[in-house]
Ligand binder design. Structure first.
Ligand code: GLC
Length: 576
């Protein structure tokens, strides 16, 4: 089912809508993991460019690339050694430019990483700072102290590896501050020279043509005594300055905030539409898994009730999985225990405060569950992000260290190294997944292209249906508290279009009765088949649902409703 790219993203030459990110569907990919064009065992930009048709054919409209800058790769590239260059293993600036052009030619936007909370300790700024005299302007680019008890109210994020947010530097003869690994010193945003340098990095990539920047770990930019050093007002001042620089010089670009916080603490990252355009909805994600396993919509409904409204031009980014552990920071202790017991029975599946597994293994490869979760991803309010490989139901390998088990090579074919690389298997940056039921011999793109019922082909259809209705990206979110709590029901409304989404979280058949009095006389039309359902009348609207089933309807007037398929055609009957 190879569809020409011109028809899939037909409006590629249309002028960009400044709110393009509201209608976007994002595919998250690591250059390293996608396709190795030069046979050295690591994916590269040439390989990614080769595979852009695959990505465009998925129907997604944007790519989010994990860090690809020079780096010792001790934190998979989030430890940046140079901001304005490409890691030589992935190619060079020319390769990046070609990739960007090829992505844009297919109507795909490109979002890259702006990791500014910290650098690698190998960054020249840090090397200069540590050997500069104490108190000098050069030293002042990072956060130093003689007292490792300073800011003691600050939590540790990488609990499995770090004991303190301070580490001793024998060259500087001071402690330096780091919210993540000890090889990632935090930049000092109280120093205006740092902000200026960071804005210059931002300019560099935006001038190159990237469409958006994910702002990594931004709640932690500023530290203050007596606080938890997260979400401080001064951090918001920094972001407003960055946004002002963005707006002054560029159009139609975006900031995506990585702020793993509770909704009321994330909202300020949108500012008055003068900070970030988008922010991840971290607390929603684990609650989708909770609701599924508990067969109870309550966790989803409650977190949405606790989510304040956001400015009209802002947007949530929602996701099921990503390159990190499935974070359990934004749940209660009880909920965390529940998640660990249900989804990470083997302690090796756990890391830091989360679970290092992919979507398909989390759901025990249950096709219905995978479809339902993806349907939720595509219909809940926000812009959905699909993590590479999850469209195939790829597995993970939690025997690999850190979070590497969810970062294994993309599985293209059942050939050598899953079609990812021509290198010797031993030379690959990571082993491919080999064991059943997730081994590349069975789970790969080529195999799924051959079977009409494959997950890949279903995902394309899902993305396609979503894209036909702007209410998914831009509409209201109106939960309907139907009697049966195993069924999650909500409406999405935008400019005269009303969508009704009904999701059976249970593994058993269910029925639900909906109060649709407001729509008396209307007809629900299934978005997938264009099949009209019975007209909405006086009585509560009854729907029966198969295990883990879901419906997406648009509600239209009786006149607008298409004819029902399968009902006898009166004309045909007369003739016979
Ligand atoms: C972000 C990234 C994560 C990284 C961390 C430190 O949370 O998503 O992968 O380890 O920042 O840079």
């Amino acid at each position: 089912m190879t569809v020409p790219i011109t028809t899939r993203n037909a409006n590629r030459n249309a002028p960009t809508d400044p709110l393009w990110y509201k209608d976007a569907i994002i595919y998250q990919v690591h250059v390293k993991a996608f396709r190795d064009a030069n046979g050295d065992g690591y994916g590269d930009f040439q390989g990614l460019t080769e595979k852009l048709d695959y990505i465009a054919n998925l129907g997604v409209t944007a790519l989010w690339l994990l860090p690809f800058y020079p780096s010792p790769l001790k934190d998979d590239g989030y430890d940046i050694q140079l901001y304005e260059a490409i890691h030589p293993t992935y190619g060079n600036i020319e390769d990046f430019r070609e990739f960007l052009e090829a992505a844009h030619a297919r109507g795909l936007k490109v979002i890259t990483e702006l990791v500014i909370n910290h650098t690698s300790d190998q960054h020249p700024w840090f090397q200069r700072a540590r050997s500069a005299p104490k108190g000098s302007p050069e030293r002042d680019w990072y956060v130093w102290s003689d007292d490792p008890k300073k800011y003691s109210g600050t939590r540790i994020i990488f609990t499995d590896t770090e004991k303190s947010n301070w580490s001793w530097d024998p060259v500087a003869e001071q402690f330096y501050w780091h919210r993540f690994f000890s090889h990632q010193p935090d930049l000092n945003f109280d120093n205006p020279a740092v902000l200026e340098a960071v804005i210059n990095v931002m300019r560099f990539w935006l001038k190159m043509g990237v469409d958006g920047l994910r702002l990594d770990a931004i709640p932690y930019l500023i530290e203050r005594d007596g606080t938890n050093c997260e979400n401080l007002p001064e951090t918001h001042v920094v972001l407003k300055k960055m946004r002002a620089a963005l707006d002054a010089e560029f159009t139609n670009r975006l900031f995506l905030a990585e702020a793993n916080q509770w909704p009321p603490d994330v909202i300020p990252y949108f500012g008055n539409s003068d900070e970030c355009h988008m922010a991840f909805h971290f607390p929603l994600m684990p609650r989708m898994y909770m609701a599924l396993r508990r067969e109870d919509r309550t966790p989803i409904v409650e977190i949405m009730q606790r989510t304040p409204p956001i400015p009209a031009d802002c947007q949530w980014a929602i996701f099921l999985r990503n390159h990190d552990e499935l974070t359990l920071e934004m749940v209660t202790d009880e909920e965390r225990d529940y998640m660990y017991n249900e989804y990470a029975t083997d302690p090796r599946m756990r890391i830091n405060v989360g679970i290092r597994r992919r979507l398909a293994p989390l759901l025990d490869k249950g096709r219905r569950q995978i479809e339902l979760m993806n349907a939720l991803l595509m219909s809940m309010p926000g812009t959905p992000i699909v993590y590479y490989g999850d469209e195939l139901g790829m597995g993970d390998n939690y025997y690999l260290g850190d979070r590497n088990g969810v970062r294994t090579p993309m599985q293209w074919t059942d050939g050598k190294n899953a079609g990812f690389s021509e290198a010797d298997s031993a030379a690959l940056y990571s082993p491919v997944i080999v064991d059943p039921p997730y081994g590349f011999q069975g789970i790969n793109v080529a195999a799924q292209e051959r079977v009409k019922t494959s997950l890949l082909r279903w995902m394309r259809r899902l993305v396609g249906v979503r894209k036909e209705h702007r209410a998914f990206g831009r509409g209201t979110f109106e939960p309907i508290q139907a009697g049966n709590k195993r069924v999650l029901v909500f409406m999405r409304r935008f400019q005269g279009e009303t969508l009704l989404c009904v999701n059976n979280l249970s593994r058993y058949a269910q029925f639900v009765e909906l109060d649709l009095a407001e729509f008396h006389g209307c007809v629900p039309v299934d978005l997938w088949s264009n099949q009209p359902f019975p007209q909405i009348g006086e009585l509560p609207y009854l729907l029966t649902m198969g295990p883990h089933g879901f419906y997406w309807f648009r509600l239209v007037s009786a006149e607008e409703a298409p004819p029902a398929a399968g009902t006898p055609d009166p004309g045909a009957r007369k003739k016979s």
